[in-house]
Design a binder for this molecule. Structure first.
Ligand SMILES: [Zn+2]
Length: 88
């Protein structure tokens, strides 16, 4: 006859354990996930370590993007101002 089995699953990696304490140990051994975000005047942009630093999710690109508006007209003005400042 069939019977009921209890599994204790880690909420992080979903691995099933036969004892509650094993699931607690499994949960506690997982590292904390650290995220880096560029916080600007207009938004927050996530920084990914494996992206080129000047791409939009690289460190430099994210810092620049976070200060730019999503409004296309305002954004164009901001980019023109940046070009003047950088002498381009
Ligand atoms: Zn786990």
């Amino acid at each position: 006859m069939a019977y009921i089995e209890i599994r204790y699953c880690c909420p992080i990696c979903k691995a099933a354990h036969s004892e509650y304490i094993e699931a607690v140990r499994c949960r506690n051994k997982h590292d904390i996930i650290v995220e880096r975000w560029a916080v600007g005047k207009h938004k927050k942009v996530r920084i990914f370590e494996n992206h080129h630093k000047d791409s939009c999710n690289g460190e430099n690109g994210a810092l620049k993007e976070a200060d730019l508006s999503d409004n296309i007209h305002e954004r164009r003005k901001q980019l023109e101002e940046l070009r003047k400042i950088n002498g381009g």
